[in-house]
Design a protein around this ligand. Structure first.
Ligand SMILES: Nc1ncnc2c1ncn2[C@@H]1O[C@H](COP(=O)(O)OP(=O)(O)OP(=O)(O)O)[C@@H](O)[C@H]1O
Length: 235
């Protein structure tokens, strides 16, 4: 494995049901800082692939390695720790805590991961300064000193808070599953620019799943699950 390898899949086989193999991926390598768009028909296994990359489920055979660590060698507890330290997640549902402020939501990963906390402190001097820098970068500067609950923000603003939360503490890998589907066209465009710019700045490997093929143009690589995965079949 080279120094620049961030994600590597090797002879991965996975199925939810015993009888049907959903994913069968011979080999896939993603590099540090690479921005990858994953497309494929509904039901082809895009979200399942993100679950495998996040260590939420394990393959039946083959290996998922992240940053040189084969996930199957880690206990459940160590996998959870690894995920908290190294992986940011961004979903269609923002999963923000509605009663917390913008800053408190954004800083949640620093409560679960000492590493992300330490990185934020090292880069910005304090957690608040780190939160402020991200809020500014994501056009949310006006909420820095605003104690109001995150539920009072617009959908586009909430999604940007979720993106800031995924990016805080510079996780090496960011998994994004249809994060723009609740956004209107203008907000979507702006959100994509900010997300790509921020992950580029932090050298984050971005794995972005979407049905919206118009979004794929600025990505370094487009992966079509239908082509990558010979187990794919039309149901
Ligand atoms: N937790 C689960 N338990 C059992 N089956 C599941 C589970 N999650 C997904 N599946 C099944 O796996 C298949 C692939 O689902 P997945 O959500 O990964 O596809 P997808 O490509 O992301 O689909 P979409 O584009 O519609 O979101 C589907 O047939 C789905 O029903």
């Amino acid at each position: 494995m080279t120094q620049t390898c961030s994600v590597s899949l090797n002879q991965l086989v996975f199925s939810w049901k015993k009888t049907n193999t959903l994913l069968n991926i011979d080999s896939l390598t993603l590099h540090k800082g690479e921005q990858v768009f994953v497309q494929g028909p509904s039901g082809s296994g895009k979200s399942t692939l993100l679950n495998l990359l996040g260590g939420v489920v394990l393959p039946h055979s083959g290996e998922v390695s992240l940053l040189g660590t084969p996930l199957s060698t880690l206990s459940q507890r160590k996998r959870d720790r690894f995920r908290a330290d190294h992986i940011g997640v961004l979903f269609q549902q923002f999963n923000l805590l509605p009663y917390l402020s913008v800053c408190d939501n954004l800083l949640l990963p620093c409560q679960f991961s000492k590493l992300r906390r330490a990185r934020t402190l090292e880069e910005y001097g304090s957690l608040n300064a780190g939160a402020h820098a991200l809020l500014e970068a994501l056009d949310l500067a006006e909420y820095i000193h605003h104690p109001r609950p995150v539920s009072q923000l617009s959908i586009g603003q909430q999604q940007r808070v979720a993106a800031a939360r995924a990016l805080i503490g510079a996780p090496e890998i960011l998994l994004a599953d249809e994060p723009t589907s609740a956004l209107d066209a203008d907000t979507r465009h702006r959100f994509m620019s900010l997300l790509l710019e921020q992950s580029r700045q932090h050298n984050t490997t971005l794995i972005f799943v979407s049905h919206d093929l118009e979004l794929r143009h600025p990505f370094d690589r487009v992966i079509d699950l239908k082509t990558l995965n010979p187990a794919y079949r039309v149901n």
